[in-house]
Design a protein around this ligand. Structure first.
Ligand SMILES: NC(=O)c1ccc[n+]([C@@H]2O[C@H](COP(=O)([O-])OP(=O)(O)OC[C@H]3O[C@@H](n4cnc5c(N)ncnc54)[C@H](O)[C@@H]3O)[C@@H](O)[C@H]2O)c1
Length: 360
């Protein structure tokens, strides 16, 4: 493709305007049209970008042969339908997280994009964060040692979603980071949650993940917490990292801290004694580049060079399989669920994560 790719952004509610801003400022593509079925959202966009075309009907966007790629930022329940339509008419697709409402839908989209020879990228934004990239480099370099466990918290007051629970809304961020830095997917999980306001939509959850090599991680997500928290502790047997995404500059702190164990009788594993190593703290320089800017640039690079995205459709599918397993575990009051098995969501109520499915 010689000319710059023409982009359409579909959905400009809460998140879409961030994508619009980044595609608009990317010199390697042209933001041709902004689409939202809500005219009041388009009026807001028109005030900011008066020269960009507006459209309320997505079908008209897809009929336009000049549009090369469609960026989809609508509620999750519409992801599959819009992505499928776009791929069928030959458009490359960027799809927000989580990729779709079920792994079956994700599988279909991955297959369709392969058949059509089109790019399908998923918005696992944090994998484009310089801080997350640095954590991965630190782990891969061996500086942190063997990872004993990771604990992640993503809490705040709202934004309540109507179509998905807090696990499907917030944990894709933590899951994608954990899978990326650990370089492996969890093999089983337990997840408990509570639906405090709406009977079927959980607004607080606790997930425990187990990895094949014995690795362990926990994720606490909430829409019902007085304090906004976005942090992660990565505990190695040599050093420990605290990643606080709300810190403007020192997002990563590396602690030269560890606990060493001494067994007076190692054969019998008795009389465990521990000693504590309290060293210094180092906060490395981290590039201030906006993850979303790097993510949107990567999508355009993939479209232009026909390259496989870092966060491709298969990764979106892998993550949705974990969300399905978490939903099953929540329905079974925190049961242990293996992730390599397949847990299709049987109906819309189940998908929202209501406990104990009564629909099949
Ligand atoms: N990557 C991130 O960090 C991040 C952050 C927040 C949200 N998201 C994702 O972005 C997506 C959108 O979330 P949101 O919070 O902006 O939702 P939202 O409800 O605030 O906005 C969605 C917009 O899509 C429009 N819309 C819905 N169906 C449409 C259709 N068929 N055609 C045209 N317009 C349509 C709605 O009118 C609305 O303005 C979700 O998938 C969400 O998970 C990602």
């Amino acid at each position: 493709m010689r000319r710059l790719p023409n982009i359409a952004v579909v959905g400009c509610g809460y998140w879409g305007p961030n994508l619009v801003r980044n595609y608009r400022s990317n010199p390697d593509c042209r933001l041709k049209v902004i689409c939202d079925r809500d005219e009041s959202r388009l009026e807001k966009m028109h005030e900011l970008y008066p020269d960009v075309a507006l459209e309320t009907n997505v079908d008209r966007v897809l009929e336009d042969p000049n549009i090369d790629a469609v960026v989809i930022a609508v509620p999750v329940c519409h992801h599959y339908e819009l992505a499928k339509k776009s791929l069928l008419v030959g458009k490359h697709v960027f799809l927000e997280k989580p990729m779709a409402s079920s792994s079956a839908q994700c599988e279909e989209l991955v297959e369709l994009s392969n058949q059509q020879g089109l790019i399908l990228m998923v918005g696992h934004t944090f994998l484009y964060s310089p801080a997350v990239r640095m954590i991965k480099e630190l782990i891969d370099s061996g500086a942190i040692g063997r990872i004993r466990y990771i604990s992640a918290r993503r809490l705040n007051l709202g934004l309540y979603q109507k179509d998905i629970n807090v696990v499907w809304d917030l944990s894709p961020h933590d899951l994608s980071i954990i899978i990326y830095v650990m370089d492996q997917s969890p093999v089983e999980l337990n997840c408990r949650g509570k639906a405090s306001l709406s009977p079927s939509i959980h607004d607080v959850s606790n997930m425990s993940l187990l990895f094949k090599d014995g690795g362990f991680a926990t994720i606490h997500n909430s829409w019902l917490d007085p304090k906004k928290v976005r942090d992660m502790a990565i505990v190695g047997d040599n050093k420990m990292i605290v990643y606080d995404d709300l810190e403007p500059i020192q997002k990563i702190k590396i602690y030269d801290t560890r606990v060493e164990q001494h067994l007076s009788s190692p054969e019998q594993n008795t009389d465990l004694q521990v000693s504590y190593h309290h060293g210094g703290m180092h906060a490395p320089y981290i590039s201030q580049e906006e993850p979303l800017k790097l993510e949107t640039r990567h999508f355009i690079d993939c479209v232009v060079n026909h390259a496989k995205p870092l966060t491709c459709g298969s990764q979106g599918l892998e993550l949705v399989r974990i969300l399905e397993a978490a939903t099953k575990s929540m329905q079974e009051f925190g049961s242990r669920v293996k992730i390599d098995d397949h847990y299709p969501i049987c109906c819309e109520e189940c998908w929202k994560g209501g406990e104990a499915c009564v629909h099949t």
